[in-house]
Design a protein around this ligand. Structure first.
Ligand code: NAD
Length: 367
């Protein structure tokens, strides 16, 4: 069977790592008809917008996309192409597995946790009011009247909506993910002691959803600040973390740090009608075109995509090849060397070549 997949190369280092992932996926032998589409800075010149309707339509039609990181353009009225993509396609769950790899230097061993981040609500909803604008002044007046609290008149305001519907959906997703992947525990993260009506709702709805999984998946909830400390002391205590959007964003990078950096942290954005796979990292513009950065995060995002397409065997082969190259530690990029100036570090292309070569020798050994 031939799958249809939208490929969005993105900006900065995006094309280098996205095409590296595409090469690895093709090398598995899985048949894919690629539909390359622009987004980000590269789309503005031709389409006058960083997120053309044709790109969105391609993802809607194909149902699956893999995307390099895009730079957030300043002054286009777009807060972020990524946020817009996730909202427009209703990709409500952001799933980021975080696992230690043998051979990768990191502060911890045996980390194996999954971030499940709500992707559509919270302070990321983009409902903001600039300081000094007439609407903001009016809003401040109204808020002061309702809350009986004083607010500086020259404040900017960002709105944090968190809904029962949104929390139910993401909490259920986290529990179902746990069941499907043989995981034991879900931890809901919040700051309910301070934000009683948003994080408080996240906590109470998560607790309610947890009841229908009692006896099958353990549940606990924790404060986000305490969780940050516990993560850097005992990351092995965590299994699946379910979080509102902003905490999910911050803890994703923290957890990437636990396993050795952004270069190896993959991700998936999942909705009911579409799924979009991308690395946790951004477009790192200073490294654009230098054949320098680590393609692993994008390649592992490709592994997640193959699993989503039902190509588990190919996904397993590609993952094993990545693991073998990381374990050997020879054909790896600068960020995986103990000394970042190590002259034996290879480029993006050479690391990709090594992974493809490893997959071929592994296949021969197996076959
Ligand atoms: P970034 O992740 O692009 O880079 C931060 C640093 O992390 C880099 O300077 C580099 O040292 C390291 N790094 C990142 N990817 C790496 C890789 N593959 N291999 C080795 N090292 C790597 O974050 P930033 O500088 O804050 O953001 C740059 C741009 O990317 C911004 O415009 C931001 O909005 C955008 N961004 C996009 C996405 C996305 O498309 N999903 C995600 C995050 C940030």
């Amino acid at each position: 069977m031939t799958h249809r997949v939208t490929l969005i190369p993105g900006d900065g280092i995006g094309p280098e790592v996205a095409f590296a992932a595409q090469r690895c996926i093709e090398a598995t032998g899985v048949k894919i008809k690629w539909d390359e589409q622009p987004a980000g800075e590269s789309a503005i010149e031709k389409y006058g917008t960083p997120l053309p309707e044709s790109t969105l339509q391609s993802v809607r039609d194909n149902g699956v996309a893999i995307k390099g990181p895009v730079t957030t353009p300043i002054g286009t009225g777009f807060r972020s192409v990524n946020v817009a993509l996730r909202k427009q396609l209703n990709l409500f769950a952001c799933v980021r597995p975080c696992r230690s790899f043998e051979g990768v230097k990191s502060p911890f061993e045996n980390v194996d946790l999954v971030i499940v981040r709500e992707n559509t609500e919270d302070l990321y909803a983009g409902i903001e009011f600039a300081a000094g604008e007439p609407n903001t002044v009016q809003l401040i007046k109204q808020l002061q009247e309702w809350s009986k609290q004083s607010i500086q008149p020259d404040s900017g305001i960002s709105i944090k909506p968190i809904s029962t519907t949104g929390v139910e959906r993401i909490a259920k997703y986290a529990f179902e993910y746990a069941l499907a992947h043989g995981r034991k525990k879900v931890t809901a993260i919040h700051k309910a002691n301070i934000m009683k009506f948003t994080d408080g709702l996240f906590m109470s709805v998560s607790r309610r959803v947890a009841q229908s999984y009692a006896g099958r998946v353990e549940f606990e909830d924790r404060l986000v600040d305490a969780t940050c400390m516990q993560l850097v002391l005992r990351p092995q205590d965590f299994d699946i973390l379910v979080l509102p959007n902003l905490y999910g964003d911050i803890l994703s990078d923290l957890c990437a740090g636990l396993i050795g950096g952004l270069g190896i942290a993959p991700g998936a954005n999942i909705g009911e009608k579409a799924a979009l796979f991308e690395a946790v990292h951004g477009s790192a513009p200073k490294y654009k075109g230098l054949n320098k950065v680590n393609p692993t995060a994008m390649i592992l995002s490709g592994v997640l995509m193959l699993e989503h397409l039902g190509e588990e065997e190919a996904a397993g082969r590609l993952r094993a090849a990545v693991e073998a190259v990381l374990k050997e530690g020879r054909s790896v990029t600068y960020d995986l060397k103990t000394d970042r100036n190590d002259p034996t570090a290879v480029g993006t292309k050479e690391m990709t070549d090594a992974i493809i070569a490893k997959m071929k020798t592994h296949s021969v050994a197996v076959g």
